[in-house]
Design a protein around this ligand. Structure first.
Ligand code: 26M
Length: 800
């Protein structure tokens, strides 16, 4: 939009005046943020209204992205970037004596997600708006987001994240779009005079679902899509006059807090209530909108696509069946055809413990009508497929089995498309996790490699790099990230490589200043910044990284006068509060950090910083400063990874196993520009099959490794008698479930190579550039365009 600096200043001061009835110098930073947010909303309000109208008038097919998590990060800067107002606002505020960055940092970071899954959903919302796809998000407005992490005595302590304390400037509550979601009670099918059956309910627990809409601004295209987050409230009192305190609590509980687990199926009833709550509310509002503009249901499959982000929203399938049959009088067959036309499903994990199942007893009690429908889906599936595939395979793949509702099976059976998030991951779905269903529906399976919002992760997070790229190849890459490829010839340009190194230095200085200010640790900016940022999980093997730190520590202690290449090891990671082992590793990292950082012999040659409360905003600070990207999961366990993509786009070299999208990154940027190592998937699977993995053999066969492991239990690392023993036992007594010891040697070898290579800065920067230049492959815009073409079948803007 068009706006002069003078007009902006006038508008901002008037916004302050209207909101606070006082002058600018009498406001707080958060107050200034709220005023600025309101103003941005006002600037964008026409676009939001117009977009809805545009889609309606063009009868555009709507995509609804259902996700139990959205992790958008702060929205002020990204909205201004997309509205092309960032520099005007920056300048205007400066002229008013204010600093944009300071104001921006006061915005709460909505942590309505755990990690990769929720962040991916947010990147895809941004991409859909930028591609002019009629894309809608559908999720839960958690009153408390993911816990705030603090360390006390090196242990993780969780504090509530009261992100709505000052309200949320970006949301609009829409009472007129509320709907009722039913739980529990009894249901029966009542024959009607016309011969049809009508579902009748009694003694249900009704919950009012109230939507809060957030505008998702497209990049320089006057499009604003909607992210709809549902909040649970008491229904209006016409239906019931009295609610006991227990009933009130049970209702408000539903959208009170995000489950902090990202790798385990919690199996708790509240989780199931959350899942049905936003699935039902979302489908009801979709069908309601559809009916307002269409006659009958016939064209539903042509006008609507519903995407199921992991199994958590799978109940959209039986909920759609329920609405079509019970409310819109479709036959089973018509309803089923429409439902499967509309639905598609993305799987995000092959970890067995993360595959959701619900005990039938619990499920039936909570969702009796939905359960009836699943029983019928199961019956028909068995009847149809048994003659073709036999009873054994059908038992294995049916929606119901072993007394459980199997959500992934229901998702595959009720969708027309199932995708994994990296080529390897999709192969493993076909051959392992969903093998049986792949036999039944081979044509449904496809791959969609993950992508990231380059706008946030490069343009906003790394402005020095973005400016350098602009100066070098012009600014079209900002709209078309694949143009980053044209940077590759500058590998031969010494001046450019020098500037690239300067950019990295600037970003390291910013991170070092943050670490100094918040943790009191002084970091050299000429060290290798070696970064591992992701949830804490045994399969992600932060432990392997710790072993490298201990190795480096012993090298210096043994040979204090030998020169070493200085390193800073940076961690960011939250552990699920109930994940005891992950918390033990957090304690270990913190204790090792203290030991290393305080040792005068070590000095500034080796530092370890575990930055607390890792999340989107801290990632934006760390990623641009990274030299090395640790992507060291056990081969086969990481579905894709996305921090690997964000780090490469910012010029970090990957130290990576042959897992998830690491493989594709190596292919795109050239393996010679990364540090691959470790077991391949087939080797991991061979160990499983033969049962011949012996961790102790690696321990006994490698004195350096033995010394490191022994240091966990012999007092060398102080203050971890229990934690050290637990970790040691997990490796030696319980045979190292994730093959840390098997990969140790190869990992260390690459780490040593890194230390050597880093000293040749021009060559290092050439390789950093190869990563930046190849990162356009992993732009969310490209990934979402493929979803649009292959799965949703919706039109989108061309990417050039
Ligand atoms: C399930 C049940 C109960 C409570 C929580 C959950 C749950 C929540 C989040 C389970 C899994 C959740 O997220 C999984 C996840 O983040 N997977 C990651 O998805 C990324 C995007 O596709 C991939 O890049 C990562 O490899 C994958 O681990």
């Amino acid at each position: 939009m068009k706006l002069t600096t003078a007009q902006f200043k006038k508008d901002f001061l008037s916004e302050i005046e209207t909101l606070y009835s006082t002058s600018l110098d009498d406001t707080t930073t958060i107050g200034q943020f709220i005023a600025l947010g309101q103003l941005v909303r006002r600037y964008n309000s026409q676009s939001w209204t117009r977009t809805a109208k545009l889609y309606r008038e063009h009868h555009q097919k709507q995509v609804y992205y259902f996700s139990i998590e959205f992790l958008p990060g702060r929205l002020l800067a990204s909205n201004l970037l997309n509205l092309n107002l960032l520099s005007i606002v920056r300048k205007g505020l400066k002229e008013l004596g204010l600093d944009f960055e300071t104001i921006s940092r006061s915005e709460p970071d909505p942590a309505l997600g755990n990690g990769g899954l929720g962040r991916l959903a947010a990147c895809y919302m941004d991409a859909m708006a930028s591609l002019k796809i009629a894309g809608n998000g559908n999720g839960i407005r958690y009153r408390y987001g993911l816990f705030k992490q603090v360390f006390m005595d090196g242990y993780q302590v969780e504090l509530p994240d009261d992100w709505l304390h000052h309200g949320n400037v970006w949301e609009t509550r829409r009472d007129n779009k509320s709907c009722i979601v039913r739980f529990g009670g009894n249901v029966w099918l009542q024959p009607q005079p016309d011969g049809s059956l009508q579902a009748q309910y009694e003694n249900t627990d009704d919950v009012l679902a109230v939507p809060y809409d957030v505008g998702i601004v497209g990049y320089h295209n006057d499009i604003t899509n909607t992210l709809r987050l549902w909040s649970a409230e008491l229904p209006p009192s016409v239906t019931q006059t009295y609610y006991s305190q227990a009933q009130r609590d049970r209702i408000s509980e539903i959208s009170k807090v995000l489950y902090p687990d990202d790798s385990n199926s919690a199996g708790q009833q509240l989780r199931l209530r959350q899942e049905y709550f936003f699935s039902s509310a979302g489908v009801q509002s979709i069908v309601r909108d559809f009916c307002a503009t269409h006659h009958g249901m016939r064209s539903l499959g042509k006008k609507i696509a519903i995407h199921i982000n992991d199994t958590h929203p799978t109940l959209v399938i039986p909920e759609m069946m329920r609405l079509l049959m019970d409310e819109h009088h479709c036959s089973w067959d018509v309803a089923w055809t429409l439902t499967t036309q509309v639905m598609s499903y993305t799987n995000h994990t092959i970890l067995q413990e993360a595959l959701e199942t619900w005990p039938i007893g619990m499920f039936q009690g909570l969702l009796p009508r939905i359960y009836q429908i699943i029983v019928e889906i199961d019956r028909r599936y068995r009847a149809q497929q048994t003659p073709i595939f036999g009873k054994a395979l059908v038992d294995l793949t049916a929606p119901l089995g072993n007394g459980q509702v199997r959500m992934a099976h229901l998702a595959v059976i009720g969708s027309h498309s199932v995708n994994g998030v990296a080529p390897l991951h999709t192969e493993l779905l076909k051959t392992d996790v969903l093998r049986g269903l792949y036999q039944v529906y081979p044509e449904r399976f496809n791959n969609k490699t993950n992508g990231i919002a380059t706008r946030r992760w490069v343009q906003l997070a790394n402005q020095p790099l973005s400016q350098l790229i602009d100066q070098t190849i012009g600014s079209s890459w900002r709209r078309q990230p694949d143009l980053l490829q044209t940077l590759l010839p500058y590998q031969q340009d010494d001046h450019f490589l020098h500037q690239l190194a300067q950019v990295k230095l600037t970003n390291k200085q910013a991170l070092a200043a943050y670490v100094q200010r918040t943790m009191g640790i002084k970091l050299r900016t000429d060290a290798i910044y070696d970064v591992q940022i992701k949830r804490l999980h045994a399969y992600k093997r932060q432990l392997l990284h710790v072993f490298e730190i201990l190795r480096e520590y012993f090298v210096i202690k043994d040979h204090p006068d030998q020169p070493v290449v200085p390193r800073v090891h940076i961690f960011g990671a939250k552990a699920a509060p109930s994940y005891h082992y992950a918390k033990a590793i957090i304690k270990l990292i913190n204790v090792v950090a203290d030991m290393v950082n305080q040792d005068p012999v070590i000095g500034d040659r080796l530092k370890v910083v575990f930055i607390p409360n890792y999340g989107v905003s801290i990632a934006e600070l760390i990623i641009p400063a990274a030299d090395v990207s640790e992507q060291i999961s056990t081969a086969s366990k990481e579905a894709s990874g996305t921090s690997n993509m964000k780090l490469m786009a910012n010029g970090a070299l990957s130290l990576a196993t042959y897992d998830g999208a690491n493989i594709d990154i190596m292919q795109a940027a050239g393996a010679e520009n990364e540090y691959p190592f470790g077991l391949r998937v087939h080797e991991v699977y061979d160990y499983y099959q033969r049962g011949n993995y012996r961790a102790a053999a690696f321990y006994n066969g490698n004195p350096e490794l033995k010394r490191i492991l022994d240091s966990l239990i012999n007092g060398t690392i102080p203050g971890i008698p229990t934690v050290g023993r637990e970790i040691y036992d997990s490796l030696i007594r319980y045979n190292d479930e994730f093959f840390v010891l098997a990969d140790y040697q190869a990992y260390v070898k690459q780490q040593q190579q890194i230390s050597q290579d880093f000293q040749d800065q021009p060559t290092w920067q050439q390789r950093a550039l190869a990563n930046i230049a190849a990162s356009g492959h992993f732009a969310a815009d490209l990934a979402v365009a493929r979803y649009a073409d292959d799965i949703w079948q919706v039109p989108h803007d061309r990417l050039n």
